[in-house]
Design a protein around this ligand. Structure first.
Ligand code: PFF
Length: 452
């Protein structure tokens, strides 16, 4: 027998949990370096446009499918598919969430190591030392694997306590803590000499720098950041009630997610500009560039540098953990409902399998470097297949499914809570989901393979 699924107990809890799923490494790590690479403020303007016009409709589509299904993502799509192969889009969402869990846990585990390294002061040294520290650690056979398993266990521990007692309760203190940490570091960063240049870079748009790449980069980042097409949004929405206003919730989650991303920029750019480093260094930003920035920016006040570095990695770990919980829940819900087992057992299956995937992804970066294909490590292959193939394909098919296949009246009923809410934006929503979103996703997909 499948146990009672439960649901979110309060509006605030629901928003914080869903926003926690969305706010992750994508906000604190990917958003700042994408902004750095794409010209600063002008990128942010385009990014906000993408969130409003494309991210929110896609999120809303997943909310509708999830809440209507009141079950895991696979079953939620099945319920609407009438026995047609559309149900496999739901399965793709579960698979994407599952595969991402493993390698996302590896990077989340690195954040835990950096909390430890900040505490014991292992991150101090010249730039070459900081770089070698990261390479030595990430290629190590034991420590990163251990941290990966530890963070998966923490997510597991939260998940087994259910939606209200686990995910909602944890998000209600983790998200405000994350916000407070973010604000403290923003203040410390903005007080540094020369910080104003960083603030200007973030807020003074130079539209001369815009080109097609900037648009597609902003679009891809908005989907990544909002956790579109990986089952998370749909799974969390399956725990919403009939009273939840889906449009308002999507807007609130998007606002929180975007605010955190901009604050992350405001934390990183002023500090980086104050020591003359432009944070456009790609993936190594948070583990190599930033320790260097902290070392140099606070060289006169080492105690403040120590605190800022520690708080930063605690913040990063919290952001990663709330996302990891949402990713874990996608497969946990799938297993316990499809195999008719308890939530606890479902969670055990997911934790064990994703620990194995995570361990191999981590080892592929060092001691098992033969775990690669086409010059890419297993870690990179997971990143590429999920992020660049499964996500856009799943997102595209979801829009077509909801926009063209699911009966319009059913979509309208979910949108307006069966006629009790205004349907003022329904026409616009449907237009975006039918035409604009699929075309935009297709554009990102083709662009990354150099077709357009
Ligand atoms: N949206 C979250 C983030 O920005 O980190 C979660 C996430 C996104 C996880 C993309 C994994 C992923 F590939």
């Amino acid at each position: 027998m499948t146990e009672e699924r439960g649901n979110f107990g309060s509006k605030l809890g629901l928003i914080l949990a869903t926003a926690g799923g969305a706010v992750g490494l994508g906000n604190v790590w990917r958003f700042p370096y994408m902004t750095g690479e794409n010209g600063g403020a002008a990128f942010i303007v385009i990014y906000i446009g993408c969130v409003l016009l494309l991210g929110i409709p896609c999120m809303l589509s997943e909310f509708i499918i999830g809440r209507h299904g009141a079950s895991n993502t696979f079953r939620a799509y099945s319920k609407l598919s009438g026995g047609t192969p559309w149900k496999f889009v739901g399965l793709l969402g579960v698979l994407t969430g599952f595969l991402i869990t493993g390698y996302y846990a590896v990077v989340s585990g690195w954040c835990l190591q950096y909390i430890y390294a900040s505490i014991v002061g292992e991150l101090h040294g010249d730039p070459t030392y900081v770089k070698t520290y990261f390479t030595d650690f990430s290629e190590d056979a034991v420590r990163p694997v251990l941290w990966t398993v530890i963070i998966l266990f923490v997510a597991h521990f939260v998940i087994i306590h259910g939606i209200r007692g686990g995910i909602e309760k944890a998000s209600k203190w983790m998200m405000p803590t994350l916000f407070v940490l973010l604000l403290i570091i923003v203040v410390a960063s903005c007080l540094l000499p020369g910080a104003a240049k960083g603030v200007e870079f973030l807020f003074k748009p130079d539209f001369g720098k815009l080109n097609g790449n900037v648009f597609l980069g902003a679009l891809g980042q908005s989907f990544y950041s909002l956790s579109i097409a990986m089952g998370c949004i749909c799974t969390y929405a399956s725990y919403y009630t009939r009273q939840t206003n889906l449009l308002t919730s999507a807007v609130q989650v998007a606002v929180v997610d975007t605010l955190v991303a901009i604050l992350a920029g405001l934390m990183i750019f002023p500090a980086a500009f104050s020591v003359g480093i432009n944070p456009d260094s790609g993936p190594s930003l948070i583990f190599i560039t930033l320790p260097n920035v902290f070392n140099q920016a606070f060289s006169a006040l080492p105690a403040v540098g120590w605190v800022v570095s520690l708080l930063f990695y605690v913040l990063l770990s919290l952001a990663a953990l709330t996302s990891l919980m949402s990713l874990h829940e996608v497969s946990t819900a799938f297993f316990y409902e499809e195999l008719h087992i308890s939530r606890k057992r479902g969670a055990v299956i997911v934790t064990v399998l994703t620990s194995v995937i995570g361990a191999f992804c981590s080892l592929s970066l060092g001691s098992m470097s033969w775990l690669q294909a086409g010059g890419k490590s297993l870690f990179d292959i997971f990143d590429f297949v999920t992020g660049q193939i499964f996500l856009p394909v799943g997102g595209f098919l979801t829009c077509i499914f909801l926009g063209w296949y699911v009966p319009r009246q059913l979509v309208r009923d979910e949108f307006t809570n069966w006629g009790t809410l205004s349907g003022r934006f329904f026409g616009l929503f449907l237009f975006m989901v039918r035409y604009v979103c699929p075309l935009a996703i297709l554009a990102i997909f083709l662009h990354q393979f150099g077709v357009i």
